[in-house]
Design a protein around this ligand. Structure first.
Ligand code: C2E
Ligand code: CA
Ligand code: CA
Length: 575
């Protein structure tokens, strides 16, 4: 605490002291009254307390106040006060940040007016300072201006556009994985993180930029006159400043942000539309993998709306007993003699309007919402049921089922599967589980533990899409499996390219040396087939050459009622 000074009141201040004392009892705002003839100032005690001023009466207020004013706003502050002191303006009205006794900058709105004596000489300057956080205009935690001020900022940028014809950008930023920080630690740590991130971003923003704090973990910036290049540079520098870890309570933290940017006037001409579009773009950035900036476009927005709508419809489908879902089956043949040995089940979904939606569109949403867990159980049971029926015609028939990582994490799936096999009296090796190795993020030992349990129960595991992940060879070492499915990516080039031919040959040999069977996917051409079987010695083949995915009825009609050995149907049909 600074030493308190005792300065006697000037006659002018004495005159108003009675009213001043009454007023200060009735407000939480800060009050001030300056005697212009002596420059003595009288302030309310809350101002003295919150900003550690030397006393309620001071003779050189700015000596104490100016150093507390945020450096970026000092010039504005001094200019505005000097206008009043030199009688060029009768009023002072300014929003600026001041450092409080805790060392945090808080936004205040200061309004003051000049009072004159009887002969028209200015003799007092009096007014009120309001804390914007108390007026719901600044964020309590970060001290940044809040969403209402953001609205004002966007509106004034739009007004500037209307008068100059030059547009700009609005960027909304969201912390990645903030929910996890709040859930695994606590809100206090969460608040520290928000404060730290706002401090880091503010430090790299040009002085005339404002960082706003919106709800939750979101921030926003209005960038007048910016184009794509400027926005990309701004986002890169935000990523750069967040790249350094920092400490909270002795723990290291490190954050990334996802952003959505909308340009005005192209992306909207009013605040609500711009805000909505920027939020949608940010959501798309998060879904595309986070730590990136997504620029709003009509097409991107329509895609986003479609995925939101799809999510709702998928929920409804699942709630109504997986209505709208169905399974298609694609034949698998033995490489040596083209005997039909099994099929892969592939999920299909018809949306409420009756349109078939591509699996690439709806499966990521099922995974994201974890709806794949109940749907996966439905698929498994359907497959067991169908496989049982098909085994009446082909006793050794196997069907493979695609498994998402979300399902591997669901510990109830294993018992469900075993129970299902028991209920239908089916052997465990009749249904194979396929898992894409690129989806396995971190925890190999956990995945292997699950798979060992399946394999001990007799359920076979296939590694799907081999050759598309970055660590395919490494996953051989990590994942214990019975079958490797080599992806079409490999197959496409084997006819043109000796290297790929050799590679497939070696991968198959490697599989065999470890007792693993190799199934080649996406075979479309008879020459590919010949090469893969004769030279590469693959065990099984799946691809358009022998059949497209078909509905249950069509599969029965086409393949189960037909000959045991399938004829290739080259050239590939297009569907
Ligand atoms: P996937 O597991 O790799 O399935 C094989 C995909 O390749 C299928 O696409 C199939 O139609 C296609 N395909 C088969 N033969 C050929 C060919 O000769 N040439 C070409 N170009 N493509 C061929 P689909 O049915 O569109 O499925 C796409 C992906 O969706 C699947 O890839 C799988 O990752 C996922 N998926 C499908 N059903 C399920 C499911 O039930 N559960 C889960 N978790 N994922 C599924
Ligand atoms: Ca598959
Ligand atoms: Ca595959």
């Amino acid at each position: 605490m600074r030493k308190m000074n005792r300065i006697p009141l000037s006659p002018n201040l004495k005159r108003f002291k009675f009213f001043f004392d009454l007023l200060k009892r009735n407000t939480d705002d800060y009050l001030f009254l300056m005697d212009l003839t002596t420059s003595l100032i009288m302030v309310s005690p809350n101002l003295v307390q919150d900003f550690e001023l030397p006393g309620e009466i001071m003779d050189d207020f700015d000596q104490y106040w100016l150093p507390l004013v945020h450096p970026e706003e000092r010039t504005n502050y001094s200019n505005s006060i000097s206008e009043v002191m030199h009688h060029r303006s009768r009023e002072h009205m300014l929003d600026y940040r001041v450092k409080n006794r805790k060392g945090d900058y808080v936004w205040i709105r200061c309004r003051g007016t000049i009072g004159f004596d009887r002969d028209g000489t200015p003799n007092i300057f009096t007014g009120v300072m309001t804390r914007l956080s108390q007026r719901n205009q600044a964020d309590e935690v970060t001290g940044l201006l809040n969403k209402y001020q953001f609205e004002r900022g966007v509106k004034s940028a739009l007004a500037a556009y209307r008068s100059t014809g030059v547009g700009g950008a609005v960027m909304v930023l969201g912390l990645d994985n903030f929910k996890i920080i709040n859930e695994t630690h606590n809100r206090v740590v969460g608040d520290h993180v928000l404060k730290e991130v706002s401090r880091q971003i503010e430090a790299i923003l040009p002085p005339d930029f404002t960082l706003y704090k919106l709800d939750g973990d979101e921030f926003a910036i209005v960038y007048p006159q910016a184009g794509e290049k400027e926005v990309a540079e701004l986002f890169a520098s935000i990523q750069g400043c967040l790249a350094h870890p920092y400490e909270v309570d002795g723990r290291q933290y490190f954050n990334t942000v996802s952003a959505g940017t909308v340009f005005y006037p192209q992306g909207g001409k009013d605040y609500l539309v711009l805000h909505k579009h920027a939020e949608a773009a940010m959501d798309s950035a998060k879904r595309a993998g986070k730590n990136r900036n997504c620029i709003f476009s009509k097409e991107q927005y329509n895609r986003w709306v479609r995925s939101i709508t799809m999510r709702d419809s998928l929920w409804d489908s699942v709630e109504n007993g997986c209505e709208g879902f169905s399974l298609f089956f694609q034949p698998q043949v033995s490489a040596v003699n083209r005997e039909l040995i099994g099929a892969e089940s592939l999920l299909r979904w018809r949306n409420p309007k009756g349109r078939m939606v591509a699996p690439m569109e709806f499966i990521p949403i099922l995974e994201e919402t974890k709806l794949i867990v109940p749907v996966g159980k439905w698929i498994y049971e359907e497959v067991v049921r169908i496989c049982k029926r098909w085994r009446e015609v082909r006793p050794k028939f196997c069907i493979s089922v695609n498994l998402s990582y979300e399902q591997v994490k669901d510990l109830s799936f294993k018992n469900f599967a075993l129970d299902c096999l028991k209920r239908y009296d089916m052997p465990a090796d009749s249904v194979v589980l396929e898992l894409t190795e690129s989806k396995i993020v971190a925890d190999w030992s956990f995945v292997n533990k699950q798979f060992d349990d399946f394999r001990q129960a007799g359920i076979k595991i296939a590694m799907d899409d081999f050759g598309t992940g970055y660590s395919s060879l490494a996953s051989f070492k990590n994942l214990s499996c019975d079958i490797v499915k080599i992806d079409r990516e490999f197959v496409k080039k084997i006819l043109e390219n000796d290297f790929d031919k050799q590679l497939v040959e070696y991968v198959v040999a490697l599989c065999h040396s470890m007792g693993i069977k190799a199934c080649i996917e996406g075979v479309e051409d008879i020459e590919e087939y010949n090469l893969l079987t004769k030279r590469c010695k693959a065990d099984a083949i799946q691809g358009y050459l022998f059949g497209h995915p078909e509905s249950e009825e069509n599969f029965e009609e086409k393949f189960l009622k037909g000959p045991k050995y399938l004829e290739p149907c080259s050239p590939p049909q297009s569907r």
